[in-house]
Ligand binder design. Sequence first.
Ligand SMILES: Cc1cc2nc3c(=O)[nH]c(=O)nc-3n(C[C@H](O)[C@H](O)[C@H](O)COP(=O)(O)OP(=O)(O)OC[C@H]3O[C@@H](n4cnc5c(N)ncnc54)[C@H](O)[C@@H]3O)c2cc1C
Length: 441
Amino acid sequence: MAASIYRSWGGFPQIDQRGEPLVWRTDPLPGAGDEEDASLLPFGNGRSYGDVCLNRGGTVLDTRALDRFIRFDREQGIIRCESGVLLAALLHLVVPAGWFLPVSPGTRYATVGGALANDVHGKNHHYAGTFGCHVTALELLRSDGSRLVCTPEENSELFGATIGGMGLTGLVTWVELQLRRVQGALLKEESVKFSNLNEFFRLSELSDGNFEYTVAWVDCVSRGDSLGRGLFARANHDSSDYTGRERSDKPSVSVPFCPPVSLVNRWSLKAFNAFYYARQRERKRVRTLHYQSFFYPLDSIGNWNRIYGPKGMLQYQCVLPGDDGRTMMHEMLSTIAGSGNGSFLAVLKVFGDKSSPGMMSFPRPGVTLALDFPNRPDVFRLLDRLDAMTREVGGAVYPAKDARMSAESFQAYFPAWREFAEHIDPGFSSSFWRRVGGEVL
Ligand SMILES: Cc1cc2nc3c(=O)[nH]c(=O)nc-3n(C[C@H](O)[C@H](O)[C@H](O)COP(=O)(O)OP(=O)(O)OC[C@H]3O[C@@H](n4cnc5c(N)ncnc54)[C@H](O)[C@@H]3O)c2cc1C
């Protein structure tokens, strides 16, 4: 199988690995390859930005053909499906039946297995916690051939290690999930303009009790009194039935080719951010919209990651806890704006305090910032500075978005890593884990 189809979304790093497409969930695991230290790693749909889904020199287990639904209880909203089912396909089935994903990331092109293995979060973290909070059972296939059904009660330690376990505890063949009731496909959204970071924090406090979904776009270029200005989106599912036509899952437009250099630079950033902030004239705009437009605006542009050119991009997502975290967020945004780097889409959200069953889960109470950067040498230095800030306040960086953090940083962010390592399947590994999971001398 050609190596080139197994890339992560950021396009960095680009590595050689073998791909082994899986066909039946009842089949045994394939061998890892001839090399002595070759290992296996499940691959969902490559929507992770960095190397958490990559396995240099080893084999990735391509789960995309494991896309069958196994059971759907329409009364109770409990669904069991194979791990390669895309969130988009799941929504197609359950929304007309009056159910919705309890938690969704900002792309519907992630698989159920990938969502579980990174314990993804969404705009409703303050309300519903992470994806893993709603998993009722899963089956894990280990390299010794054993199949274990894991639930919060049965094989509970492996259950906790597998949720957010980055594919390292074995192959998840199927997942069972408790869905959330909805009336239809629509949401009612308010978009509120805010002029600085303190206003963002006030809006979050005022909104989180009344709105299931809250998230903000932030202008990462503005400085001084306007530092952290942006647009705050807050929404609830709408109670009206949607009678419109079913929407397509295909992007409406696509970036047709990869330009020779990144289109994201100091000038395009400044122009886009100023335009986007000014586009909403009124302080508050209210509208009713389809779930695809609210949750997945980026999915409507196919291959948007190509705008970063052949070298790809680096995402950075951190969470900064407590009052110190809020103060540090000012410093972080100011550092990013001063660097002249940043992205068209920078996202801010305050995470709630719902804990996840996942031992290595990333979200924790605090403010989270996510944005991407073109892959350039000065960006690596900038991200090292952001890491130092994150560590100073006891925060963490999200492995699903990472391709460069040091082992030292990772182990400070995830103190449970040693306990987690005991649950790793000896036949499984990843480029990410080999980078961050060794003893720091
Ligand atoms: C536009 C965009 C928006 C995003 N928004 C968010 C967001 O809001 N919140 C968020 O949390 N994330 C977000 N992400 C990240 C994305 O949701 C996660 O990286 C997700 O895990 C990707 O799923 P995937 O199926 O593509 O898995 P991959 O990226 O292929 O793999 C992810 C991990 O899951 C493991 N894995 C995959 N399948 C299995 C399996 N069957 N058994 C065991 N392990 C498995 C892999 O080994 C790997 O470690 C976003 C990504 C994009 C591109």
